[in-house]
Design a protein around this ligand. Structure first.
Ligand code: UGA
Length: 441
């Protein structure tokens, strides 16, 4: 089948590449000529395991192409995926200008039936706005052309996006038109073999499903973070509590890991956007407000622990960070807890030395040259001349470190573990003070 993808960001690239992988002819359109040039020269603008190889193979097979020519894009695909960004407005609602601009572009150039597929995470009601936008342009053009707008939210996790797309646990399609549902069922058939993961529902329920899933997961995390603070207050160990409650299958072990807060491009933005949507309709989403507030507070917990350890004064201290990305296997630092920590440390007059397996370039892009931020090549050299070590991202390579080597390099024998992944007993045996989340030291 012929598929056009508007937007070669994270979602668009993964969607386009995986649809090409199963034999579709995919044309990806972006308004950014530099990005398209990079892709046409074999480069990949984002880091995602397995993506680069898959892009190369499908380009070589002629199934995956990149262009800035929107008109050619509209002519190419029966399916027109909208996978452009929906950055938050000042008040946290999703800004739909890019989504609606693509809708206008499609309407300007379409000459026959097209299916517009909303892949970006968009507020409930967006499909209706996209349809209204297309109708307006078609009317102005004096054209009567049939089209459908479908909500087909993505559920990709950064770092596991290819796997999530190729073996999804659900494919949600929101449409009121049974014929369109069948066309999407055919497009997604290769990803739906041997198991029934294809769910058709009305458009608004599909749109809300996306937010509901992310808000539920964010709620689990904030709940555990809240509990971790209570555990510290009452002298309990949150890790024991986690194991104790996770064994109840109704609660489950997933997404109940306490830490220094959730980040990324999805949870913070989606929780806020859903809260804004509800608010605009006159409903105060108190639980969502609390989920957000608890997370913001949790992102400062490491800083408070470091400050307390050093008696309230961090001026002139050097703090070593393990991890900058918002989670392992990505270079993404959007809303990362590391950023809140570094900014608090700088404000308190401390310097930061950081190491991350892949996100250093991204940190350099965000913060530029500054005297109070240095980067190291590896996990040990980042400790040289540092007063303390703080683990912020749970990369595998940090999981079983040589505590004696750490002890020998640090000026003060102390580790702050923001993800509770280190063995506190081993750390203590090597002469280190081990401070983690939700446990008294
Ligand atoms: C999230 C969802 O997990 C995906 O299902 C969804 O498709 C995606 O958002 C999206 O809307 O596009 P992602 O943001 O890539 O995926 O990352 P997660 O693995 O969910 O992690 C989010 C944050 O929560 C990270 O900062 C992680 O460290 C934190 N986290 C996760 C915890 O603090 N505790 C946990 O138990 C789990």
């Amino acid at each position: 089948m012929d598929v056009t993808i508007f937007g070669t960001g994270y979602v668009g690239l993964v969607t386009g590449t995986c649809l090409a992988e199963v034999g579709n002819r995919v044309l990806c359109i972006d308004i950014d000529p530099d990005k398209i040039e990079l892709l046409n020269n074999g480069g990949v603008p984002i880091y995602e395991p397995g993506l680069e190889e898959m892009i190369h193979a499908n380009r070589a097979a002629g199934r995956l192409r990149f262009s800035t020519d929107a008109k050619a894009g509209v002519e190419h695909g029966l399916f027109q995926f909208i996978a452009v960004g929906t950055p938050p407005d000042e008040d946290g609602s999703a800004d739909l200008q890019y989504v609606l601009a693509v809708a206008r572009t499609i309407a300007e150039h379409m000459n026959e039936y097209r299916i517009l597929v909303d892949k970006s995470t968009v507020p409930v009601g967006t499909a209706d706005r996209v349809a209204a936008t297309v109708r307006e342009v078609l009317e102005r053009r004096g054209q009567k052309i049939e089209f459908d707008v479908v909500s087909n939210p993505e559920f990709l996790k950064e770092g596991a996006a290819i796997e999530d797309f190729m073996r999804p646990d659900r494919i949600i399609v929101g449409t009121d038109n049974p014929r369109t549902a069948e066309l999407l069922r055919a497009l997604y058939a290769p990803f739906n073999r041997n198991h029934q993961r294809f769910f058709v529902m009305d458009v608004r329920s599909a749109e809300l499903t996306k937010y509901a899933a992310n808000a539920m997961l964010a709620t689990k995390i904030s709940f555990m973070n809240e509990l971790s603070n209570i555990a510290e207050a009452v002298g309990a160990d949150i890790e024991k509590v986690r194991i104790g409650i996770g064994s109840d299958p109704r609660i489950g072990y997933q997404f109940i890991y306490p830490g220094c807060g959730y980040g990324g491009s999805c949870f913070p933005k989606d929780v806020r956007a859903l809260e804004r949507t509800a608010n605009a309709l006159g409903y105060t989403a108190e639980l969502l407000q609390a989920v957000e507030a608890v997370n913001l507070r949790q992102k400062r917990v490491l800083f408070q622990k470091i400050r307390d350890y050093f008696g309230g004064d961090l001026a002139g201290r050097t703090i070593a960070l393990w991890g900058l990305a918002f989670k392992p296997n990505t270079d993404d630092m959007r809303e990362a807890s590391s950023r809140v920590l570094m900014e608090c440390l700088w404000e308190a007059g401390a310097r930061v030395q950081a190491y991350d397996p892949v996100a250093i370039k991204e940190a350099q892009r965000i913060y530029g040259e500054r005297a109070d931020l240095q980067f190291a090549r590896d996990a040990l050299s980042v400790l040289d001349r540092a007063d303390a070590l703080v683990l912020v991202t749970e990369w595998s390579e940090f999981r079983s470190p040589d505590f004696t080597a750490i002890r020998a390099r640090l000026r003060h024998p102390v580790i702050f573990d923001g993800r509770n992944i280190l063995d506190g007993d081993q750390a203590r045996a090597a002469g280190l003070t081990y401070i983690s989340i939700g446990r008294t030291p």
